[in-house]
Design a protein around this ligand. Sequence first.
Ligand code: CMP
Length: 139
Amino acid sequence: MAGNRTLTIIKPDAFNSGKGGQIIAHLEKAGFKIIATRVMRLTESQASAFYAVHRERPFFAPLVRFMTSGKCMPVVLERSDAVAALRTAIGATDPAEAEAGTVRKLYAESKERNAIHASDSDENAERESRFFFPESELV
Ligand code: CMP
């Protein structure tokens, strides 16, 4: 059965240009409830660990540089069928390919500076939520 929680990160491009609040409002309108959030600047070691699955990809080093370039906002969200619903709400990785009305179409600059991250499975949603938040904040 699909889980009801997922993890998003409002990335440094969107957060630093003052789009965090609008993106959160967009997600709340799409039926998501905020369970936990914080504002932080990732260290190189945290960004490398979070994106370890992409370690061998050519975009890994620029991705880590981008994700550590300013503050970001990890958020645990709750809704029915959360992982799929969030991925629909944010749109394709490349904003040029994202559907009208999605977060990335509205707020992303490019395939790399794409405003927002979303977990791609229930298992990763759980793992990524624990990456940022202690169990006590996820009740
Ligand atoms: P995200 O959903 O956070 O997961 C991995 C990130 O790597 C992705 O968003 C983009 O920011 C980045 N990314 C993925 N593919 C590319 C690519 N081809 N070129 C540059 N960045 C990419």
